[in-house]
Design a protein around this ligand. Structure first.
Ligand code: NAI
Ligand code: PYR
Ligand code: MG
Length: 606
């Protein structure tokens, strides 16, 4: 009879061997991640990721299966604490999960649902809920979507990029997670914003979902909470900076443009410190733009011109508007530069026009009114610093508070891109009642909802029924009583970026010029009918987003042709493009927008 101790030892030995025996698989890449039998999610080791072509298809932090289970349990627990964003939908995250599962299961049906109910679901897949999703991404993460390039992938990106299964990619939205909406540094969790923006590229611009690629560049995070969180999916080290940081972004750009020379890259939610520098670095070489700087600027210009029309005045009166801007980051400075240029063009497009346009703006940041007296002034803000003498003539000084500035300037427009919820306090709004405008305009553009500088209820109730109101995230219209409605416009770059991308793609322009961006903004400004504008409606409703995107894309194509930048797309070469009439350009755009219809599938052996 065998000694039981020996038998136990043998069994243990056998179990150990069995546990280490590899499983032979005949799949690689996404096919493995999408196969529940073989998928290990974030637990794939680095060697396995290399062997199975998984590098870049998963967040960089390798987790143990115990950590994975803890993360899953923490996420389930979170359901009990109803995560919500201010006054918005308490079931928003639950809806996002259901939509996300559909996205994983059946892309065609997902986009059918999204397009047909865009007003209802844009606030779920985009702002405000996408902010909540990014904040909770470590828990919500299930099936990976998009690519992750991390600081540890330096020297590898050129080969990693070939791990993406699509032969053709038209649109990339890339973030480094350093300033997600108004929520600050969310590190690797910022991938949610790239996914949300690309959802709008598909739904609004009809970019084929097989040819979009969300990207996260993980160079670490300076978010103390995430650095300590055992469930965090990204690199737990401080952000790279300086030349090291630039080298990572350079390597990424080189890799994606080598594999897909015609791709368009949208930079999204980079902290302003890098947003401007990277834009200057790449914009004349690559097909790229920065949505927060350039997309937001165009949407704001359209809204500001709408505000002039809403006063019953012609757009050409724009250079007379006094504008107070709260926030001098990537978005605020982008808007200021574009608004100043637009005014200068209307005033004759010369140096003195540019000088005089500059005097229409008062900029307030975290330290108050920016004047030339400001120490260590940000070079981007310098052109908008008020002269000290001029400011004191108006009873203002360096660092004056927003309320003081509004009280003294009596502006036509108060525009917020500060990421500070409630910044337009009762005091500030009371001060705006002294505005010299017949119809003061309030743009509370910060996202998500809880970061809005004020709500439409606050604006209409304090400043008066006659104001014009726009916010970055959606709010309900306000019932003003007596059958009157205070209209709440959504002033968000979503009305432009899909059209800028689509127009660039279909024109085949090598770069995205200022003229193309200006054409997009003007198209949006002119889209609204006189009657709507006089009723306080200066942006279209999201239900019209596919139509406005088509028009914006056509305007971008037209401008690219005019500037001789259009090199054509597929069978539509540069010469054919030149021959198209305005109507034919719109038709060309429309015919190239993807719609979510099931194609007939036929199997063929390779
Ligand atoms: N509606 C839209 O389409 C868009 C909205 N945004 C929103 O704009 C906000 C800002 O974005 P970025 O400019 O990229 O951020 P940023 O962090 O670069 O800039 C924020 C600016 O606000 C200033 N600020 C902070 N506290 C302030 C205070 N108490 N008073 C006045 N200014 C203050 C800061 O000094 C800084 O100049 C975010 O909430 C973002 O979601 C950004 C892009 C598009
Ligand atoms: C809308 C957008 O791009 C932002 O809030 O950053
Ligand atoms: Mg953004």
């Amino acid at each position: 009879m065998t000694n039981p101790a020996v038998l136990m030892q043998a069994t243990r030995h056998f179990t150990t061997l069995e546990g280490h025996r590899p499983t032979i698989v005949h799949k690689r890449s996404l096919d493995i991640l999408h196969d529940p039998w073989f998928n290990k999610g974030t637990a794939f080791s680095m060697t396995e990721r290399d062997r199975l072509d998984l590098r870049g298809l998963l967040p960089p932090n390798v987790m143990t299966s115990e950590q994975q289970i803890q993360r899953f349990k923490a996420d389930l627990k979170r359901l009990e604490v109803q995560a919500r964003d201010g006054p918005s939908d308490p079931y928003a995250l639950a809806k996002w999960r259901i939509l996300n599962r559909l996205h994983d299961r059946n892309e065609t049906m997902y986009y059918q649902v999204l397009i047909a109910h865009i007003e209802e679901y844009a606030p779920i897949v985009y702002t405000p809920t996408v902010g909540l999703v990014c904040q909770n991404y470590s828990g919500l993460f299930r099936r990976p979507r998009g690519m992750y390039f991390s600081a540890e992938d330096r020297g590898e990106m050129m080969s990693m990029v070939y791990n993406w299964p699509a032969e053709q990619v038209d649109m990339i939205v890339v973030t480094d997670g350093s300033r997600i909406l108004g929520l600050g540094d969310l590190g690797v969790q910022g991938i949610g914003i790239s996914i949300g923006k690309l959802d709008l590229y598909v739904a609004a611009a009809g970019i084929n979902p097989q040819r979009v690629l969300p990207v996260m560049i993980d160079v670490g995070t300076n978010n103390e909470k995430l650095l300590k969180d055992p469930m965090y999916l990204g690199l737990q080290e401080p952000r790279l900076d300086g030349d090291e940081y630039i080298a990572v972004i350079d390597e990424f750009m080189e890799a994606v443009f080598t594999r897909w020379p015609h791709v368009i890259v949208q930079f999204e939610d980079f902290q302003s410190k890098w947003a401007f520098k990277l834009l200057q670095r790449y914009r004349n070489t690559y097909r790229m733009f920065n949505d927060d700087v350039q997309g937001t600027a165009g949407v704001a210009i359209a809204g500001l011109l709408g505000a002039v029309r809403a006063q019953g005045r012609p757009m050409i009166d724009f250079p007379k508007q006094k504008i107070v801007v709260a926030g001098a980051g990537s978005a605020g400075i982008g808007v200021l530069n574009a608004a100043r240029k637009t005014m200068a063009r209307m005033l004759g497009n010369n140096e003195s026009a540019f000088e005089s346009a500059g005097r229409q703006f008062w900029v307030v940041d975290a330290k108050g009114l920016i004047t030339e007296e400001r120490e260590n002034i940000d070079p981007e803000a310098l052109p908008f610093a008020r002269k000290v003498k001029e400011a004191s003539r108006q009873g203002l000084r360096e660092g004056a508070s927003l309320a003081e500035v509004v009280r003294e300037v009596k502006p036509d427009v108060l525009l917020g891109l500060s990421a500070v919820g409630g910044l337009f306090s009762k005091e500030v709004l009371e001060a705006l009642k002294g505005s010299t405008s017949t119809r003061p305009a309030i743009f509370a553009m910060s996202n998500p909802t809880k970061n809005a500088e004020c709500t439409p209820e606050e604006a209409f109730s304090i400043v008066g029924d006659n104001i014009l109101f726009a916010s970055g995230s959606p709010f309900q219209d306000v019932d003003l009583g007596n059958g009157h409605i205070g209209h709440c416009n959504q002033g968000n770059n979503m009305y432009l970026f899909p059209g800028i991308g689509l127009g660039t793609l279909l024109s085949g322009s090598r770069i995205i010029s200022d003229g193309m961006l200006q054409a997009a903004a003007e198209c949006l400004a002119e889209y609204m009918a006189e009657e709507e504008v006089l009723n306080g409606i200066i942006y279209p409703s999201t239900s019209r987003i596919r139509d406005i995107t088509k028009e914006v894309a056509a305007a971008v194509v037209k401008e690219a042709i005019k500037e001789d930048l259009a090199e054509g797309y597929r069978e539509m070469d540069a010469r054919e493009l030149q021959k198209l009439s305005q109507e034919e350009i719109v038709e060309y755009v429309k015919n190239n927008m993807w719609s979510p219809d099931y194609p007939t599938l036929v199997y063929r052996r390779d």
